[in-house]
Ligand binder design. Structure first.
Ligand code: SAH
Length: 196
C-alpha cells in the first residue's frame, strides 16, 4: 500500500540540496500561509516578543512576517542556498559565523538580530545550543522528515519547547495510495501517538 511503501522511503540531505540547486522547490510559497494567519492568535496566545522556531525552514516568508511583528525567529535548514536566498529575497543584511558546538554548521543572523538561521541538520540541534521556544511553526517539516526518523524528530521538538508553548502543525490529508507526497503521508492517528 501507499503508506507501507512510504515507510521505507528516504529523501537524503543530498537530494534536498539538489532540489534547491535545481530550483525544484514547489513547496516554497511566496504568500504567507493562510493557516498561520488564521491561527496566529493561538500561536501567540496574547504574548509578545516570543521566540519562535521554524524547523526545516527553507526560505519560509512567514519568518520575516513574525520577525517584523517583534518576535525572534530561529530556523534550521540544511541547504545554505535556501538560507542565503531567504536573506536576499527580503533584502536583509546578515552575518555568517560558525557554530562552535556543531562541526560544519553555520549560523546566519540578520543584522537587526531577530532572525537566526542555523545551516545544519535539525538532528544536530539541542536545547543547550538553541535554547527553548515559546512557539513552533511546523509546515513542510514533520511531513518532510523521513518516516524512520519521525520519533527522533518529535522527541527533539518536545525538548526544544517551553512548558507554555504553542505548536502549530500543518499536515495534508490525502489518499496515500493515490498521491506520493508531499513528501510523506502522516495520518492523524500517528500524530497523536508521536506527540502523546
Ligand atoms: N518549511 C519550509 C520548507 C519545507 S521543505 C516551507 O514551509 O516552505 C523541507 C525543507 O527541509 C527543505 O528546504 C530541506 O532542504 C530541509 N531539510 C530536509 N531535511 C533536513 C534536516 N535534516 N535538517 C534541516 N533541514 C532539512
Amino acid at each position: 500500500s501507499g503508506i507501507e511503501s512510504q515507510k521505507e522511503r528516504v529523501v537524503t540531505e543530498e537530494e534536498w540540496l539538489q532540489k534547491w540547486e535545481m530550483g525544484n522547490i514547489g513547496f516554497h510559497k511566496e504568500q504567507k500561509h493562510p493557516l498561520l494567519q488564521k491561527y496566529l492568535d493561538v500561536l501567540l496566545n496574547g504574548r509578545s516578543g516570543l521566540r519562535i522556531f521554524f524547523p526545516l525552514c527553507g526560505k519560509a516568508v512567514e519568518m520575516k512576517w513574525l520577525a517584523d511583528m517583534g518576535h525572534s525567529v530561529v530556523g534550521v535548514e540544511v541547504s545554505e542556498q535556501a538560507v542565503k536566498e531567504f536573506f536576499s529575497d527580503h533584502n536583509l543584511p546578515y552575518c555568517e559565523e560558525p557554530v562552535p558546538e556543531i562541526s560544519g554548521a553555520k549560523i546566519f543572523q540578520s543584522t537587526s538580530g531577530n532572525i537566526s538561521l542555523y545551516c545544519c541538520s535539525i538532528y544536530d540541534l539541542s536545547s543547550s545550543i538553541v535554547g527553548k521556544f515559546d512557539g513552533v511553526w511546523d509546515r513542510g517539516a514533520l511531513v518532510a522528515v523521513n518516516p524512520r526518523d519521525r520519533q527522533r524528530y518529535v522527541t527533539l521538538m518536545i525538548n526544544l519547547v517551553e512548558k507554555n508553548s504553542s505548536y502549530l502543525l500543518v499536515t495534508v490529508s490525502y489518499d496515500p495510495n493515490k498521491h506520493r507526497g508531499p513528501p510523506f503521508y502522516v495520518p492523524e492517528s500517528e500524530i497523536k501517538s508521536l506527540f502523546g
